[in-house]
Design a protein around this ligand. Structure first.
Ligand code: DLL
Length: 450
């Protein structure tokens, strides 16, 4: 089902004209209302009148996550606080999250684009949606909730966690649609299998999975394990949350971007130069209609490509490929966005530790595990002297165990993820061998298959 055929199947030329009209408006609006944009465009020597067509887009400077950080918490808002109806934040840290604001119209838009995505993924009015995305500051729960209601679904706002209860609710309420992260979909599939419930006996027919990188291998496992057709939903808080794009069930080959609201480009992640269709690079998005926090050429840092090939579902909306990685070092651990620098900052708070560390990410069954190996100082080792040095330089003993617990707790509290900490003897963590030092060893195998 195509929710808004007028828009979703619009001929390219007409879409381009719509985008250009909206682009002209949003650039003038941002410059007028957001001091940051007035200054940034001024510095670049570009005025709103210089941006007439999509070809002029590349004259606008990129907006980055650092710009949002520098204007924390509300410097990017284009409306007074009293006109905000909601605040969300990007998942992750309890340090400084990225704060995003929505006007009443933005909340309508948020619901509308998510309703479109749900329809792309197979949902139809009258169905029941089991929404297992987290409710709260994270955009996933409330975003798909609004979309589900808008489409005419019965929404069960389960949020994340409490797997036992989720299995019970799915069994008893018999929803046709589920939304959750792909890794959680696998956890649920395993839960059903462990209870001897066969996929064909599960009521679910469609799953919309996203918010973290995943592969076609995982898709196959979700399809099979839950007896569903799984589509990929993509989005980010800065732009709106979920609802930027979704695959159609017909092809499941690239996610259709709601490009009447979110204008996409692909740029070279190093030079920022625009790349031609089909080439892989960083996805850059301009919000064409957002009121409270318009963003011009926001660098998502997500690496993918765009395709304007016609799609058998009838939609003409451009498709983006699966995200193959990020151009920065952001990690997504169990759905939580984490920058290694945040973990590094915690390490720096402990005089017993040095700056030599390594993070190893693995996936056990469906769950991400993060292990931190960090070296202790010589002074600390001398102080606890005589305690056993374990295998491969790991340090054992009571003092070490206490310190390990403190470090793990502090990371959990300030970064928001559980990390297994191992203290290492000085000199035992791998050093750079001339090339780039890889502090992150991601063994989850997400960039390839499996
Ligand atoms: O994850 C919004 C969302 C909620 C999307 C529910 C889909 C479903 P943030 O917490 O701001 O927002 O994280 C955004 O997550 O820049 C990507 O790196 C990653 N991401 C989101 N969707 C996908 C996906 C939400 N389908 C960041 N595939 C983005 C790969 C994804 N990565």
């Amino acid at each position: 089902m195509i929710l808004e055929p007028d828009i979703e199947t619009m001929p390219r030329e007409q879409m381009r004209r719509l985008q250009e009209e909206r682009l002209r408006h949003i650039v003038a609006y941002a410059v007028e209302r957001v001091p940051f944009y007035k200054q940034r465009l001024g510095e670049a020597g570009v005025g709103p009148d210089d941006i007439r067509t999509l070809d002029d887009l590349s004259r606008l400077p990129l907006t980055t996550k650092d710009d949002l950080r520098a204007n924390y918490p509300s410097g990017m808002f284009a409306v007074p606080r009293s006109e905000l109806r909601r605040i969300h934040a990007s998942s992750g840290t309890t340090g400084k999250p990225t704060i995003v604001g929505y006007s009443a119209a933005d909340i309508e838009l948020f619901a509308q684009v998510n309703a479109r995505c749900l329809a792309m993924g197979g949902a139809q009015p009258g169905m029941t949606l089991h929404n297992a995305y987290g409710y709260g500051l994270f955009t996933g729960g409330l975003g798909l909730h609004g979309g589900g209601e808008r489409l005419g679904l019965t929404v069960v706002p389960v949020s994340g966690g409490m797997t036992e209860r989720q299995l019970l609710l799915i069994t008893d309420l018999r929803p046709e649609v589920i939304c959750c992260t792909p890794s959680y979909a696998l956890t649920l599939a395993q839960g059903f299998a462990a209870r001897g419930i066969a996929p064909e006996d599960i009521s679910l027919r469609y799953a919309l999975c996203g918010a973290e990188p995943w592969t076609d291998t995982m898709r196959g496992q979700i399809d099979e394990g839950l007896g569903v057709t799984t589509t990929n939903i993509y989005g980010l808080s800065e732009i709106i949350g979920p609802g930027v794009s979704n695959e159609c069930i017909e092809e499941r080959h690239g996610s259709h971007i709601n490009e009447d609201h979110f204008l996409p480009e692909i740029v070279d992640p190093d030079t920022g130069e625009a790349l031609p269709e089909g080439e892989q690079g960083a996805l850059v998005i301009t919000t064409l209609t957002k009121e409270a926090m318009p963003l011009l050429r926001y660098d998502t840092r997500d690496i993918c490509s765009l395709s304007y090939e016609p799609c058998s579902c009838g939609r003409t909306l451009v498709r983006m490929s699966q995200i193959v990685g990020r151009s920065d070092d952001m990690l997504i651990i169990r759905g939580v966005n984490v920058y290694p620098s945040e973990i590094e900052r915690v390490i720096g708070d402990f005089p017993e530790l040095t700056a030599d560390y390594r993070i190893v990410l693995t996936r056990e069954q469906t769950l991400d595990r993060a292990a931190l190996e960090v070296e202790v100082s010589h002074a600390f080792l001398d102080r606890i002297g005589g305690e056993a040095l374990g295998g491969r330089g790991a340090i054992a003993g009571d003092d070490a165990a206490r310190l390990t617990d403190r470090v793990a707790r502090r990371i959990r509290e300030s970064v928001g993820v559980a990390v297994d900490v191992t203290l290492m003897a000085p000199g035992s963590v791998p050093r750079s061998e001339g090339g780039k030092l890889r502090r992150i060893d991601d063994r989850r195998g997400l960039s390839g298959e499996g």
